[in-house]
Structures are given as C-alpha cells and as structure tokens.
Design a protein around this ligand. Structure first.
Ligand SMILES: O=C[C@H](O)[C@@H](O)CC(=O)C(=O)O
Ligand SMILES: [Zn+2]
Length: 276
C-alpha cells in the first residue's frame, strides 16, 4: 500500500506543484487486473480501486494493518463506476450495475471483486475507515441514494448530489460517501466552497475524457492552491482544506468523508470573496 503522511497547513504553503501532487493526489486507482490501495494517515482512510479482469480480486493485507484480516477493525464503501460486476462478502454475492454501491461492514472476512465480462470490467472505487461496530451489509442502488439537485446555469454548477453512505440511507460507523454528477454545461462543484474541521474528505473525479482535466482547489481558505486532476484520480484533504473544482468539461465525482460526525450538512461555508 502507498502510505501518505498527514499534511500540516504550514507545510502545505511551502510546497511546489510536484510537492503538492506527491502529498495530496492519488493517481494509481483503477489499474486493470489489480486492487490498488493508498493509506492516508489523515483519519486513517484507505482510498483505492479494484478493476477485476480474468480472475476475481481478493481483499488481503491484514498484516499491513496489524490485524488478521483487512476488515477486522474497518468498514468499507464501494461504488462501481464501470460495467456490471459482483462483490462476494463471506459467501453472499451482490451484483453491482454501473453506479451501484455496497457497504461492507466490519468483521467481513472474505471479500472478492469480479467483473461480469472480463473485456468490459467493473471499476470499483473503494473507501475504508476504522470502525468499531458491525453494521449490515447493504446494496445501494442509485435510486436509493437520496438525490438532491442544486446549483444554477448562471453559476455553471447544476449538479445532483447522490448520498450513498448517509444517515438517511444506512448505518455506518464514520464513513460517508456519495456521487455528484454535473449537468452538461456545468463545470463547478462545491462553489461557494466550505471546510469541515470535523471531517476529512477525499474527492475522486471520473467521466472525464483523455483531453479534459479538473482544476481542483485546496488549501486553507486564505491560502489556496490548485491541482490539475485527470480522469480517475483522487485528492486527499486534511480537514483544514477547502475542496472544490472546475472542469474543462462536465464530470462526475465521488466524495468520501470520515471523522467526528456523520452530519452531511455540518459545513462552514466560505464566501467566494473571502478566498485568497
Ligand atoms: O462535504 C460535502 C462534500 O464536499 C460534497 O458532497 C459536495 C458536493 O458534492 C457538491 O457540492 O457538489
Ligand atoms: Zn466537503
């Protein structure tokens, strides 16, 4: 696993472009035939992807976490952004179409990821966080994900926020996750932006062509920087950082949060004119 240390805002200020990318950007997520995981010291979130081709991919690596098996003391959220696939958790198989999600509870021992058709693989995006209670395995279909459409064409940010791992949908220990889809012609997400000192957040951008990018904004509100993000890359934010962006074209992203609370609306909004 790629290990990322936590980043202090004083250090953040001193970094150049490559330095920022090395600390915050995760580029190795969707690798055909592989399970790729990055471990962040920020609230110990694990971020990654599984792209099964000819054979199933199995979650292993308990040793790296100092436990007997991966989810011994963790929970996991998965959203499939590829073709249909299936996930088997301790003998129970769930078929996940495009944009279907799965919550896998603590103490799930055997977890494997498969594509229905190896030539059109599933692309499972994964977030996992420490957990201390075992809740229920749960399949979340896009229509279950509590959609809210907001924004305005005038401000270029018409988008639908789908909340997959959210208190209205299911119980989790600390992980929240959802998928936000922008309408054609809308390029901005999360503007006006916010921080939430109580939770860290990871943004994973996808549905971008080879030629398109997202200018992702991060940093303390009065000390912002941008990171140019390509398709299927993620940015890890400590809780002091804003997180928002604009694309060269519309895109979709998955957000995942963990920390002190599960209160989606617990955000401190920042007036755009206050940003520096
Ligand atoms: O804390 C919540 C997260 O930053 C996202 O859910 C915001 C988002 O999807 C959006 O405004 O487009
Ligand atoms: Zn946020």
């Amino acid at each position: 696993m790629d290990i990322r240390q936590a980043l202090h805002s004083d250090h953040f200020k001193t970094l150049d472009t490559q330095g920022l990318r090395d600390k915050m950007l995760v580029t190795k997520i969707m690798v055909p035939g592989q399970l790729s995981l990055t471990y962040s010291h920020v609230d110990r979130i694990i971020v990654g992807g599984a792209v099964p081709t000819d054979s199933p991919l199995t979650l292993s690596g308990g040793k790296e976490l100092g436990v007997d098996y991966f989810l011994e003391r963790r929970e996991m959220g998965v959203i499939n952004i590829g073709a249909p696939g299936r996930i088997t958790v301790d003998g129970e198989t769930v078929e996940l179409g495009t944009h279907h999600g799965l919550y896998i509870p603590k103490e799930s021992r055997d977890v494997s990821f498969e594509s229905l058709d190896a030539t059109k693989p599933a692309r499972f995006y994964i977030n996992s966080t420490p957990a201390h209670v075992r809740y229920q395995l749960r399949h979340i279909r896009p229509e279950d994900a509590s959609p809210t459409t907001l924004g305005d064409p005038e401000t270029g940010n018409v988008r639908t926020i789908n909340k997959y791992l959210h208190t209205d949908v299911l119980d989790t220990c600390q992980l929240s996750m959802g998928l936000t889809q922008l309408e054609p012609g809308s390029m901005w997400n999360t503007m006006p932006c916010h921080t939430h000192e109580r939770r860290m957040e990871v943004y994973f951008y996808f549905d971008l062509s080879e030629d398109d990018v997202v200018f992702h904004l991060c940093g303390e509100p009065q000390e912002t920087r941008h990171i140019v993000v390509a398709n299927e890359q993620a940015v890890i934010h400590p809780s002091w950082s804003i997180h928002c962006g604009f694309g060269t074209r519309r895109y979709t992203f998955i957000w995942g949060m963990c920390g002190e609370n599960l209160t989606y609306d617990d955000m401190d909004f920042i007036a755009s004119k206050e940003l520096r």
